[in-house]
Ligand binder design. Structure first.
Ligand SMILES: O=C(O)c1cc(C(=O)O)c2c(n1)C(=O)C(=O)c1cc(C(=O)O)[nH]c1-2
Length: 237
């Protein structure tokens, strides 16, 4: 019997995780068009209201991670993510800021909240992410969140590019991103430390890399579905 492969040295493990940045949704054609100023108002609305489904499911995903984790320090570290999105009180938090962005691009709050524009494949992809967190060991689900490592740079560019190309969007409308950039950059580093610390066998490292790869697919699939829906609605008038 062949003995199990020995764990990768830390730098190699981290490099393998970072190498997945090439599969991150930053380079998806829909994001490229958004950043180049090529989206119409209708496409931006479709994006904002579909992405709402992702935003509103994140606290349930994070709660699943906490419920599967037996380590108090990790649970304590993960908890603020839920409060960040849900806010400490009604009318506060990341979800509220996302709703304001939706309103800024011309959506009524109710049509976002009732999810009438959410396309099936976006729901399917986001639900797969939540289900992954519910059914896998906590450290695998934490590793899937490592896309945050790649998102700080993208969010910074998003603020600059949306302001430059869509004059009807103001900096205040983008508060979700302007207040989130520093948190995801710090969060990404913390999450990486957790993954490096708790994925110590070769098998765990491999599963962490696969988890991050899966998450890149979730995000990519969401944008594929949004892209397709926007092409269909453009074709249909
Ligand atoms: O705007 C973006 O491109 C972007 C990407 C991601 C990501 O990479 O998953 C997240 C966010 N934003 C974000 O705002 C956020 O709160 C967040 C949480 C998570 C996660 O997996 O737990 N990803 C992301």
């Amino acid at each position: 019997m062949t003995p199990p492969a020995s764990p990768r040295p830390e730098e190699e493990f981290v490099a393998a995780l970072r190498a997945l940045s090439s599969r991150y949704w930053g380079s998806h054609p829909f994001h490229r068009r958004m950043h180049a100023g090529l989206l119409g108002k209708h496409e931006l609305r479709l994006w904002a209201t579909n992405r709402w489904y992702y935003q509103c499911m994140l606290p349930q995903k994070d709660a699943a991670i906490i419920s599967n984790c037996p380590i108090p320090e990790v649970r304590r570290q993960w908890l603020p993510r839920i409060v960040y999105h849900d806010g400490a009180a009604a009318g506060e938090g990341g979800s509220e800021r996302w709703l304001r962005l939706c309103e800024a691009v011309g959506l009524a709050r109710q049509e976002v909240l009732d999810q009438r524009h959410v396309v099936p494949a976006v729901r399917f992809a986001v639900d797969a992410y939540v289900s992954f967190a519910r059914t896998r060991p906590w450290w695998e689900a934490v590793a899937s969140g490592l896309t945050e490592m790649f998102s700080g740079h993208l969010m910074r560019a998003r603020v600059t590019d949306l302001l430059a190309h869509y004059p009807w969007i103001s900096r205040e409308d983008l508060a979700y991103f302007t207040t989130r950039v520093d948190a995801v950059s710090a969060g990404g580093r913390e999450t990486l430390d957790l993954v490096v610390c708790h994925c110590v066998t070769r098998e765990q490292q491999d599963r962490a890399i696969e988890a991050l790869s899966f998450k890149c697919d979730v995000l990519w699939s969401m944008l594929d579905a949004i892209d397709r829906a926007s092409a269909e609605s453009a074709g249909g008038g």
